[in-house]
Design a protein around this ligand. Sequence first.
Ligand code: G4P
Length: 533
Amino acid sequence: MTSPAPSVGAEAARRRTFAVISHPDAGKSTLTEALALHAKVISEAGAIHGKAGRKSTVSDWMEMEKARGISVSSTALQFDYADCVINLVDTPGHSDFSEDTYRVLTAVDAAVMLIDAAKGLEPQTLKLFQVCKHRGIPVITVINKWDRPGQEPLELLDEIQERIGLTPTPLFLPVGIAGDFRGLLRRGEDGEPEEYVHFTRTAGGATIAPEESLSPEAAAEREGDTWAAAVEESELLSASGQDHDQELFLAGTTSPVIYASAMLNFGVRQLLETLVALAPPPGPRAVVGGAARDVTAPFSAVVFKVQAGMDAAHRDRLAFMRIVSGEFERGMVVTHAQTGKPFATKYALTVFGRERSTVDTAYPGDVVGLVNATALAPGHTLFSDKKVEFPPIPSFAPEHFAVLRAESAGKYKQFRRAIDQLDSEGVVQVLRNDIRGDAAPVLAAVGPMQFEVVTARMRTEFNVETRLEPLGYTVARRTDAASGPELGRQRGVEVFTRTDGVLLALFSDKWRYQYIAKELPDLTLAPLVAATD
Ligand code: G4P
């Protein structure tokens, strides 16, 4: 007898799909390793995202990433924990790739905001938090590196409240000041101390830290004033209404907080527990011109990331889709909403660091990589049954512009093909106009490191040496066919067509833009989505 097929609704309900948002060096890679260690995906921390000194460099797919110690490629880590399926979708670490990060954030249901206890809120965290807020993604806060000297626990919470208007509601308070991390006080719904989780360090944090659970009375006896200080903090928080409230958390008003040390594996299990208990499962998703798509509707998915050349051994192009509704079965033929063409899903993978394994079935919330999906681009929809289309992912206002040329005219064909490929992956935006012609397109980026990715990939994947010439524009505005010619006649302005058909006017600086907008008020000059919107 075969067991009955799992119901899509039940499978969706046990998914938790989230991303970690943080400033570089806050400990995202360390936390990812620690989570995987807890989920027993790996037996020793250090096998997923090594940087210098760690075991391997699995997610570092390009030399450039290795050299700079950044991770550009997006991978999804899936593991089972306490009857749930956890999907951790990786985000690029550097702010120059914030457009990629934004796309990843369209594919998750919750975010973990990881903060370095000594540094507090840092610029990249703030930016990414704004994206979460904009998209209504609930945020769980993890205050990391509590094993090192830092600020007072409540000071950090005040900073969060004051600078981003999010009310922190700790679920676990540290027992012991920063630098003397002994364990966690678990707060009940009303802020009452419920439990003391005492941790024991292990060598190098390479294995799970043994935990001991003590009652509040036993904790008072063992830790004395240190426990009393944590209890007092908990009471102060309750007095100011900072107790967890699930509705307010889901509405993005409050954020549950956990103090942790990713390096020592302290607080990591508590994070998993929180994700399971509080993070929202996949829910309905807005569609263009119709009612939101429920998770139990026929199969549909949204592509949020396209990546080629992730691994020298697999020079293929992978499109990562997040399943929105229904059951995915490898081999099923679905429809690509943007072209109306059938799409066969014979090669479907999960990508976990350098490991790739075939996916046979997947459910809402899961991330699946489709191999050689040349027609797919970020924001595209795949569906079965009746047509459905998810809203496109907005592209960011570029702030850096450069002309790209092939060093040798004989390589024009490869150059052209490479540009098209990188453009459709969303690596950079490509702008053209009649004056400049096709041999020297203008690349537009949110951060200059995107250009480096282009030239590096041109060389390694397409065997084309290229030359970049920076262009002196810094401001882009959306315009239209009626305003284009007039704008093009202005000094310090140039008009381009982006591949998606949008007309962009580029200005040398904001003063030039402001002057023209004032002098010629009838022209269309609309703002583009800024990286911080
Ligand atoms: P990122 O992915 O967010 O950029 O950060 P990553 O995990 O690489 O961590 C940045 C640095 O912070 C690393 O040190 C890492 O060991 C350290 N770190 C992460 N979590 C903790 C923690 O809970 N406590 C302490 N004390 N340190 C932590 P590094 O010296 O740059 O690299 P490594 O040689 O230690 O790997």
